[in-house]
Design a binder for this molecule. Structure first.
Ligand code: GLN
Length: 453
């Protein structure tokens, strides 16, 4: 009992969960026993999963990492978490995250940062970030607390934390997983996906999560492929594209070394390597940081103190109530995004920023279409660094945004993309390998991931 309590305390010290719901996980385990007895086991019967706190879960606090949604208990279940439940899974709890999924280090959460279970091998004890925004998700899997979790990825929030913690995570094609019941950040970019220890576990989870949903206007009306059954690490006949624009100055040599290692592994699996060009890559980050805040500023207008969560009292007028609630309820990063978004959408600047960004987004998408004439999938590093220390980048938003440099192009193009563990750096920290596939070709991405794993 002592060892058990110590393990629980160690797990809790990571601050990966905002709410624990062991009773729901146990109920699913009981249901799985009954299902086994009657021969009716489902794909995820009894599997205890963590759910990112961006997903609305019926009757269970769903905060999106924000004070403005503290104690908000939805009366409905998100389609994706509902799909997992219907496949037999139980919920261990809700996972901590950057506020409204805005961040790359989980430090913008109103519920405190998540601590990575990893440490540098320098003998020190410096607390490292698990990445973000799905930081609680990544930490829970990496620490062995949950075998699988949900994440969401708007500009890298599944892939970068997966890379930082040595696990796998896939962002499917935009539209594969319903956004219904997921708190909206940037609606044209947001996608749910699984994070787990292995590529196979990701395939199994994604099959349960995905599928057409009439309640999401951008949901893909396509059958869900049998990704797990289709797994194969034999890449003979496949071409892997290496984009020259991803070799950028200032990226540590160790990151490029792991990238080269990934190329060798894919060759060993039978793939042919081709050099490709994605010429608009350098515009992806500025494009993303116009479009995502623009959509966020619109989506976050609904938090007015009337409909959900927090409401500041003792004010003189309705306008004062809105202002006081939003001033108190939103954190600094969310306010920064609302201001950037409002600015780029304002009458005088709309064409110069928002329209321009939409045009560049089209060019970035076109780059990929061109590249996929010459290759079947693309291989890059997931992030330009290993996990950094808490507080290291919090005072410099631009340094934080730069960490998304390799992840955002695939988001802007709506393409499936995955991070799988590539190896450890000289500090003993995991580095991720990033695979980007053609639209709807999650299978190709998963298979390439399997060949690397
Ligand atoms: N780090 C990026 C941002 O802060 C991406 C976040 C995400 O994918 N949710 O916007």
């Amino acid at each position: 009992a002592e060892a058990f309590n110590a393990a629980v305390a160690a797990a809790r010290s990571l601050n990966a969960f905002t709410v624990e719901t062991p009773e729901l996980a146990l109920a699913a385990a009981d249901a799985a026993d009954a299902a086994r007895a009657s021969g009716e086991l489902k794909p995820l019967s009894g599997i205890p999963l963590g759910i990112k706190d961006l997903f609305a879960t019926k009757g269970v606090d769903s905060t999106a990492g924000s004070k403005i949604l503290q104690h908000f208990k939805p009366t409905y279940e998100s389609t994706v978490s509902g799909n997992l439940k219907a496949a037999g899974a139980g919920m261990l709890g809700k996972l901590n995250m950057d506020e409204f999924a805005m961040g790359s280090s989980n430090e913008t959460s109103a519920y405190g940062p998540v601590i990575s279970p990893w440490k540098r091998n320098d003998g020190g004890n410096a607390a490292l970030t698990p990445g973000g925004s799905s930081g609680g998700s990544a930490a829970a899997v990496a620490a062995g607390i949950a075998p699988g979790v949900t994440g969401t990825d708007t500009g890298g929030s599944i892939r970068q934390p997966a890379a930082f913690t040595g696990i796998s995570g896939i962002k499917p094609t935009y539209g594969r997983c319903s956004r219904w019941g997921i708190v909206a950040f940037a609606s044209s970019l947001d996608q749910a996906g699984p994070m787990a220890r292995t590529v196979r576990d990701c395939a199994i989870m994604l099959e349960a999560m995905a599928g057409f949903d009439a309640k999401d206007a951008t949901s893909l009306n396509l059958p869900v492929p049998q990704w797990e059954a289709g797994l194969s690490a034999d890449l003979r006949g496949k071409k892997v594209g290496i984009p020259k624009e991803y070799r950028i100055d200032g990226v540590p040599e160790e990151i490029n070394a792991i990238w080269d290692q990934g190329i060798e592994w894919l060759k060993d699996a039978g793939a042919e390597v081709v050099q490709i060009s994605l010429p608009h890559t350098k515009y992806a980050l500025p494009t993303y940081y116009i479009i995502a805040p623009a959509e966020a500023s619109s989506n976050l207008a609904r938090y007015d103190g009337v409909r959900y969560g927090l409401r500041e009292m003792g004010v003189k007028s309705l306008d004062d109530m809105y202002a006081a609630t939003r001033a108190d309820g939103f954190g600094a990063e969310v306010k920064r995004r609302i201001m950037i978004g409002t600015y780029v959408l304002s009458a005088g600047f709309y064409d110069a920023y928002f329209t321009k960004a939409q045009k560049v987004r089209t060019l970035i998408k076109r780059d990929f279409t061109e590249a996929f004439r010459d290759c079947d999938f693309i291989l890059t590093p997931t992030a330009p660094s290993a996990a950094f220390g808490l507080q290291e980048k919090m005072s410099d938003p631009l340094a934080m945004y730069l960490n998304d440099v390799f992840a955002v192009p695939a988001s802007l193009a709506g393409l499936p993309a995955m991070s799988v563990p590539g190896g450890l750096d000289s500090q003993g920290l995991p580095l991720g390998i990033h695979l980007i596939g053609r639209e709807m070709d999650e299978q190709g991405v998963l298979n390439a991931g399997l060949a690397i794993e």
